[in-house]
Design a protein around this ligand. Structure first.
Ligand SMILES: [Cu+2]
Length: 239
């Protein structure tokens, strides 16, 4: 799930949306490669027949129809799955396990556990700051580790509401295929569902000022049972 040096393709995905986006990327790459190969082949053929084959291009109705219709079909072939993902990723399930409000600040994230769909819990919130280099533990990724990660349950849908206290930020988790702008005075919603436990990393994806690069997102996914226990303990400790 952690990107590595010289990485070309996607880092590991841990959610359905992330998988779908990776598949769409592969699909579009395959179509683009097909077009590249065809155009290159055609260019070679045309250049080789520069002097002998030009009669072929004076008028050729079926060929002209083909090179109008074919690109259109290729575009539809790319657009349909893309539109499907665009709208299906916006859908909200009838029930979510919990809702967390994410508030962007210059330059850290605040997480507010305020409403509870499954159980009654006390509202509490905490700030999540990046760990500076001298305090970094061996093995923790630099510029991505935070002092208090957001804790969420896996295997169940979770609603994230994003907003901001100052300028526009953007809360992003690439491995789950989610990204939402955090706008002052407005609330954005996204649904995420991790299919495996573990840690996912992300970064603020909107240039938000001086320390824009130093407000990473670290999310720890634990089992729903552990999450209930954790949140009750956290509510007592913080709330
Ligand atoms: Cu930001």
């Amino acid at each position: 799930m952690l990107p590595h040096f010289n990485q070309v393709l996607f880092s590991g995905v841990s959610g359905k949306k992330g998988m779908q986006l990776a598949c769409l990327f592969d699909h579009i790459c395959a179509v683009a490669t097909l077009i590249l190969v065809l155009v290159f082949y055609w260019a070679v053929v045309v250049l080789q027949k520069r002097f002998s084959g030009h009669l072929l291009y004076k008028e050729h109705k079926p060929l002209e129809t083909a090179w109008t219709v074919l690109p259109m079909l290729l575009l539809i072939w790319i657009a349909l799955p893309s539109l499907y993902l665009l709208y299906s990723h916006d859908e909200t399930p009838k029930k979510v396990f919990t809702t967390v409000k994410v508030i962007g600040h210059q330059w850290y994230w605040e997480y507010e556990y305020s409403t509870w769909e499954i159980f009654k819990g006390e509202a509490f919130s905490f700030d999540s700051f990046m760990v500076q280099d001298p305090d970094l533990k061996y093995g923790s990724p630099r510029l991505l580790t935070v002092d208090k990660p957001l804790v969420l349950p896996y295997k169940v849908p979770v609603r994230i509401l994003t907003t901001s206290a100052d300028v526009i930020h953007s809360w992003t988790l690439p491995s789950l295929g989610v990204k939402a702008d955090a706008l002052p005075g407005r609330m954005n919603q996204l649904i995420l569902c991790s299919l495996k436990p573990g840690i996912s990393w992300g970064m603020c994806s909107e240039i938000c000022g001086d320390a824009h690069a130093y407000m990473p997102i670290e999310v720890e996914f634990i089992s729903p049972e552990d999450f209930i226990k954790w949140s009750q303990e956290a509510a007592e400790k913080i709330g």
